[in-house]
Design a protein around this ligand. Structure first.
Ligand SMILES: [Fe+2]
Ligand SMILES: [Fe+2]
Length: 192
């Protein structure tokens, strides 16, 4: 039915201030729940249903880092005799930095009550970046640049997905992302 044109016109216009005001307050039930379940250590109810998803995503990132360690180590040891020993040394520096990333991810997964997955059987399927066994220095640099760019994209998406759901994991991922961006810049310089 169409509204009558004679409808009263003194209906109060809503302003922002008139909207139902939901006071900012903490969830007391969750605070109370935090007093219990001490076996969960630092994981409190705010993690809600996201904890398992976050552990799965962090495990995929862990697999990526482990594959990157293997790829950089392979490149380091096979590039030693090639034209640029400096680049071979830098591959080892990157390998060690990826290994440190893997350790930090594994530690965070354990803090969240998950299990870090180091299984070699499924490593390459779970990794976002690829292994590479090129023998040519330029091909190695290119493979590493591709892997770093894939890692940057994966970490960027992961940070957006986690958002405010787990600020500790997000800060860790932001730290790692900054390192991957530096790696990619170096590789791109060498390729040029
Ligand atoms: Fe890394
Ligand atoms: Fe990297």
């Amino acid at each position: 039915m169409n509204p009558s044109p004679q409808q009263p016109t003194n209906v109060k216009q809503l302003s922002i201030a008139d909207h139902d005001h939901v006071p900012m307050q903490l969830d007391e039930a969750a605070l109370d729940a935090a007093r219990h379940s001490l076996d969960q250590a630092s994981v409190t109810p705010s993690y809600g249903p996201w904890r398992a998803d976050i552990c799965k995503l962090l495990n995929d990132a862990l697999a990526t880092e482990l594959v990157c360690v293997l790829r950089y180590k392979r490149h380091h040891f096979t590039a030693v005799g090639l034209a640029s020993p400096k680049i071979a040394d830098e591959f080892l520096v990157h390998a060690n930095e990826e290994s440190a990333h893997a350790d930090r991810l594994a530690k965070r997964i354990v803090q969240l009550g998950g299990k870090p997955d180091f299984s070699p059987d499924t490593l390459t399927q779970r990794s976002h970046a690829d292994y590479d066994d090129s023998n040519d220095l330029k091909a190695m640099i290119k493979a590493n640049l591709i892997a770093e760019r894939v890692a940057i994209e994966a970490y960027t998406q992961l940070i957006a997905l986690i958002g405010e759901k787990d600020s500790t994991s997000r800060r860790l991922l932001e730290d790692i992302l900054a390192d991957e961006q530096e790696h990619a810049e170096e590789l791109a310089d060498w390729l040029a």
